[in-house]
Design a protein around this ligand. Structure first.
Ligand code: ATP
Ligand code: MG
Length: 206
């Protein structure tokens, strides 16, 4: 009898990661456990299409912070696919590149927070996105996703997976504001990220 091998499951966590924080890490780990994911790929964006360039830290800072934050988890990796691509970072280009890299037998899961998934219908090539990957939306406990969103997935024969994550309240915006105001960011980001931010004097005039 031939032994059937299970397809490789790769989850993709895209983001600006300015800086990466425990909300991202807790969510990625929860998705890994829930969906039997083999690798979680963190993909810092090169040039986020919806954010002004001067408002975003240098890609190499964001990349390095993500590497430090993920170092101790053997299932986590960081990809330079968006950083090294010219032009704006669109999720469709990221998923096309990863689909090509991993081949058709790999199952891709794209992880987003509830705020990001709510906008997916307006993302570039939204319908092709649905064909390239499964989507997992992290929500706050007690939070209801917009019913139109789930309906939109259903209309395309797809299911939007959801997962409740208690660490949802942490945001990079709040962390940048805290640094600027001289407040502590301890326990919101991994220690190495906290040191990196202070050593490189990031977010002081954010
Ligand atoms: P900013 O405040 O600058 O927008 P952010 O905290 O939202 O930063 P991003 O890098 O913009 O972080 O987000 C990357 C992805 O992670 C998005 O899909 C976003 O919805 C999701 N995300 C952000 N914060 C959390 C969190 N606390 N828990 C789970 N997912 C999150
Ligand atoms: Mg955000």
């Amino acid at each position: 009898m031939s032994r059937q091998t299970k397809p490789l499951k790769v989850a993709v966590m895209g983001g600006t990661f300015d800086p990466v924080h425990y909300g991202h890490l807790v969510t990625a780990e929860a998705v890994r456990g829930e969906f039997g994911i083999n690798h979680v790929l963190f993909v810092p964006s090169g040039r986020p299409p919806h954010k002004k360039l001067q408002q975003v830290s240098d890609a190499e800072h964001r990349y390095l912070m993500t590497v430090f934050a993920t170092l101790t988890n053997p299932y986590f990796e960081v990809s330079r696919v968006d950083i090294d691509r010219e032009g704006k970072s669109y999720t469709i280009d990221t998923l096309r590149a990863l689909r090509q890299q991993y081949g058709d037998d790999t199952e891709l899961y794209f992880i987003t927070g509830a705020d990001a998934i709510a906008e997916i219908m307006s993302w570039k090539s939204a319908e092709e996105l649905l064909c390239l990957s499964e989507f997992v939306a992290a929500t706050r406990p007690g939070y209801q996703l917009d019913a139109r969103l789930e309906q939109w997935f259903a209309e395309h024969g797809k299911k939007l997976h959801t997962l409740q994550v208690p660490a949802m309240a942490i945001s990079s915006t709040d962390i940048r504001n805290r640094v600027k105001a001289g407040k502590s960011i301890r326990y919101l980001v991994p220690e190495a990220v906290e040191h990196y931010i202070h050593k490189n004097r990031l977010y002081l005039d954010a």
